[in-house]
Design a protein. Structure first.
Length: 135
C-alpha cells in the first residue's frame, strides 16, 4: 500500500517549527511497514529548511520516504498536474477525527485491514472470550 504520513504531531510531538521528541514507536513502526513492502510518503505542511530538517530527522533514524509531499518522486511543482494532496491508500495524521491511535494499533489496522472501530470491537470480543473461558 501507499501510506501518507504526517510529521508534526504524528512522528514527533508537535513543536513546529522545531522538531519535537519522537512519538513512542513511530519510527520503529514505520520501519516495519517499509520492511513489509509498503511505500511511505511524507505528507506535511513543512517547506524549505523545516522540511529538510524533518527529512534529515527521519533519514538519521533509517526512514527513507518513497516521495515527499508528492504522489511519486519524479513529480515536480512544474509538472502538468501537481497535487499537494497525495493519492494514498492510507493516511496517518494526528488530525484524524478521534486523534492519532497508538502506533501498535495503526500497524494492526494496516496489516489486518481493519478500521479502528473494527479493531476495537475485535480486541474487545477476544478479551470477553478469555474472561468467559475462566468461568
Amino acid at each position: 500500500m501507499i501510506i501518507a504520513v504526517d510529521f508534526d504531531g504524528t512522528i514527533v510531538e508537535n513543536k513546529y517549527p522545531q522538531i519535537g521528541r519522537e512519538i513512542p514507536f513511530a519510527i520503529s513502526t514505520l520501519k516495519k511497514l517499509q520492511f513489509d513492502g509498503h511505500m511511505l510518503i511524507l505528507w506535511t505542511v513543512r517547506e524549505g529548511k523545516c522540511l529538510e530538517e524533518a527529512i534529515a530527522f527521519c533519514r538519521q533514524r533509517g526512514i527513507e520516504f518513497y516521495a515527499i509531499n508528492r504522489n511519486y518522486p519524479e513529480e515536480t511543482d512544474n509538472s502538468i498536474i501537481h497535487y499537494r494532496k497525495v493519492n494514498a491508500d492510507f493516511f496517518i495524521d494526528d488530525r484524524n477525527i478521534g486523534g492519532l491511535p497508538d502506533w501498535d494499533t495503526i500497524y494492526k489496522m494496516i496489516t489486518e485491514g481493519l478500521s479502528y472501530k473494527e479493531l476495537v470491537l475485535h480486541l474487545h470480543s477476544k478479551k470477553r472470550k478469555r474472561l468467559f473461558h475462566f468461568f
